[in-house]
Design a binder for this molecule. Structure first.
Ligand SMILES: *Cc1c(COP(=O)(O)O)cnc(C)c1O
Ligand SMILES: [Zn+2]
Length: 501
């Protein structure tokens, strides 16, 4: 379509122009800091930061219904910079010129309604938003697109001349950072720190394939995070963990897309998110808050954060009902199948505390809850989801287990409609499915396979006939016999009856 084909009221807003008054805002002392620097904590008080647009309320000049039209029509443009998270440019990086946007196919992930049978099992209407269908197969690409577009802008405008991107990772952050860094070669290079033996082989293959320097550290993610913080404080590197507030901005697109996917009617909607370092739940809350404030959505969805009982510091914090008596304490994690969320000291905890409070206040009632699930529940629900035509990894299973738990506790009711964050593709974590099928979980996971969910390949061998394994090719009667006998054997195992004699 040509710009002139779009409705007149949409035309002037179709392609966004840079604007806004962006600053880093400290969550500890409220100080603001220059946005054109690489900054991760407040230089005065060391707290984490969020990015704020001091001119945000200018968006009120456009009424909610017109904003909805703008975003819906933008979907049909063929401008790569507006195909991903920057479809919501005014809410994600309003001061960013579109020439700086790095788009590798992230965003716009499908919301897929669960099969009727699965919905029946769970008891409420539910959808998966498949963020495993992002380029590096996890939601992390949303935040990386934002952080690396920013880095690209700083390079293009001469503020930086080259960048070494570093991150600590439970696997998916490094996969994503390495991908975007490789795209911006030669001025950007990357180095990632992983806990040795605690990422899956698939996740490890990703930064290796993208050419990152990969370092493995003895310990868990929290230890890697400390090393990477030491690096970012003492060397000239760009930190790409979600401590980097640009990551949060990009991940807010998850909420904007849900709003759009449900035609901006967010009443009775419940969004379920697994929590690790707590960057994602921070972004999900902030995204809905921004759209609500401008009148683009009509209600703040309920948000259910989920943690495994092997790594549940956020759940422990909210377990205390009296907000005045809540105290945050890091925990020592135990091995978890939700390995990307195996974090005892979430960097974004101060953001969660601040935003959950703001969220509940804006909603006029409590809307943010955190539940805890077991390793067994995570595995059982992951496998159950996939047996009903989904592609969830252990963390998507954690979301589903969390929804079931929340329903049992009365936090969601039968009128609610749930959107589950399927944060990564199941193939990244297929080793846990394999351990389940082979009953090979080390005891400390506490996972016992339900035989009804176990599956295994069956080797088909018919005794007394030649097979392609004996010789390179079979031919003539030997081939005919092999094909017929093997087909008959499979039909027999499947209980099929012959229709042709
Ligand atoms: C990173 C990650 C999480 C946890 O997200 P946080 O922002 O760290 O809370 C959950 N699931 C997957 C697959 C992840 O990669
Ligand atoms: Zn401060």
């Amino acid at each position: 379509m040509n710009p002139s084909d779009f409705p007149c009221d949409v035309q002037p807003h179709l392609v966004p122009r840079p604007g806004g008054d962006m600053v880093y805002k400290c969550l500890g002392c409220d100080a603001t800091h220059d946005i054109n620097t690489l900054l991760y904590t407040c230089p005065s008080c060391n707290s984490v930061l969020l990015i704020e647009d001091r001119d945000f309320d200018r968006h009120r000049a456009i009424p909610g219904p017109l904003w909805r039209k703008i975003f819906d029509f933008r979907k049909s443009l063929n401008i790569p910079a507006l195909k991903g998270v920057y479809r919501f440019h005014e809410f994600i990086g309003p001061d960013l010129p579109l020439e700086a946007v790095v788009w590798l196919g992230e965003g716009g992930t499908p919301v897929v309604e669960a099969s009727p049978l699965l919905q029946q099992k769970v008891g409420i209407r539910l959808f998966f938003k498949n963020d495993g269908q992002n380029p590096s197969a996890s939601f992390k690409d949303r935040g990386m697109a934002s952080a690396f577009s920013r880095i690209n802008f700083l390079l293009q405008s001469g503020i930086l001349s080259n960048v070494l991107a570093v991150c600590a990772s439970t696997g998916d952050t490094s996969a994503s950072a390495a991908l975007y860094a490789a795209y911006l070669k030669p001025r950007v290079t990357s180095a990632v720190l992983l806990p040795h033996g605690k990422v899956t082989p698939q996740q490890l293959s990703q930064p290796l394939g993208n050419g990152a320097a990969v370092f493995e550290i003895a310990g868990v993610f929290d230890d890697c995070m400390k090393v990477v913080e030491e690096l970012s404080e003492n060397y000239n590197v760009a930190l790409l963990n979600s401590k980097n507030a640009w990551r949060i901005l990009g991940q807010e697109s998850y909420s904007y897309e849900i709003a759009q996917d449900f035609s901006y009617d967010t009443r009775n909607l419940t969004v379920v998110v697994p929590i690790g370092n707590a960057g994602n739940i921070t972004a999900v809350m902030n995204g809905f808050l921004k759209f609500f404030r401008i009148g683009i959505i009509n209600a703040l969805p309920k948000i259910i954060g989920v943690q495994s009982d092997h790594a549940s510091p956020v759940f422990q914090y909210y377990r205390e009902p009296d907000p005045a008596r809540r105290r945050f304490a890091p925990v020592t994690v135990k091995p978890s199948v939700a390995q990307a969320a195996m974090i005892g000291n979430p960097v974004s905890m101060p953001r969660v505390i601040r935003l959950a409070d703001r969220y509940d206040q804006a909603a006029g009632q409590r809307r943010v809850f955190v539940v805890e699930v077991s390793e067994q529940q995570i595995m059982d629900w992951q496998l159950t989801a996939n047996r009903h035509g989904n592609i969830v990894c252990t963390h998507g299973g954690e979301s589903l287990a969390g929804l079931v738990t929340a329903r049992q506790q009365g936090l969601v009711t039968d009128d609610d409609m749930a959107v589950l964050d399927s944060t990564a593709h199941m193939l990244k974590f297929s080793n846990f499915q394999q351990m389940y099928f082979e009953n090979a979980f080390p005891a400390h996971y506490g996972v016992t396979p339900d035989p009804a969910l176990v599956n295994a390949p069956q080797l088909v061998e018919v005794p007394g006939i030649a097979t392609p394994a004996d010789r390179e090719t079979l031919s003539g009667p030997e081939m005919t016999t092999f094909v017929r006998k093997t087909a008959d054997e499979i039909a027999n195992r499947l209980g099929l009856k012959r229709t042709k004699q």
